[in-house]
Write a protein that binds this ligand. Structure first.
Ligand SMILES: Nc1ncnc2c1ncn2[C@@H]1O[C@H](COP(=O)(O)OP(=O)(O)O)[C@@H](O)[C@H]1O
Ligand SMILES: [Mg+2]
Length: 168
């Protein structure tokens, strides 16, 4: 007999601490589930899992990754970088509060604002959009004086180095 298994291990002290924290607030735990697996139960269909799919759940402190092949998890990982790191970096880099940094981050990723074009489009447009590197923050009602910020500062100076740093 033969079996293919995917084993996920976790630090037992961390699990015990988590169980303790829950029991202190009166919540009984039935079981502990890998968060990447829990996300996949929430968002993936049986067909997607059967055909093969990669699930990436970007959280606040970590990014969970699960790869399904033939209906089962074949690979899983937790990358210790989440959206909160971007907020922290923006706050430090721009010398603003975490609250303002969070507002800028959400503004940047808002599809309605179309702040970011694909790089190819950008190259084409560079000739006519000379001052388009500036992003107008005046609508965000930030506590700080910051009204304009350069896209290059945000992306190349702050966000990209954080994300690339993990790959090195
Ligand atoms: N549209 C968005 N663009 C960028 N980041 C976002 C967006 N919506 C939520 N976030 C970020 O996602 C993070 C929260 O993710 P969440 O799934 O709630 O955390 P966790 O799963 O780790 O508890 C926050 O840092 C928040 O700023
Ligand atoms: Mg989440």
């Amino acid at each position: 007999m033969e079996v293919d298994t995917h084993i996920i291990s976790a630090n037992s002290t961390s699990i015990r601490n988590m169980e303790k924290a829950f029991s202190e607030v009166g919540v009984d735990l039935d079981a502990v589930v890998f968060s990447g697996y829990a996300s996949s139960l929430a968002v993936l269909s049986e067909t997607e899992k059967e055909l093969g799919v990669v699930l990436v759940d970007i959280g606040a402190g970590t990014t969970d990754l699960s790869i399904y092949i033939d209906g089962s998890v074949a690979y899983s990982s937790v990358i210790p970088i989440g959206a909160r790191h971007i907020t922290n970096d923006l706050a430090i880099g721009l010398r603003i509060s975490l609250e303002s940094a969070e507002k800028i981050k959400l503004f940047l990723s808002s599809p309605a604002k179309k702040q970011f074009k694909l790089e190819e489009e950008e190259v084409e447009e560079k000739t006519e959009r000379t001052s388009s590197d500036e992003i107008d923050l005046s609508g965000l009602a930030l506590a700080e004086e910051l009204r304009k910020v350069s896209k290059k500062t945000l992306i190349d100076g702050i966000i990209r180095p954080r994300l690339m740093n993990y790959l090195r």
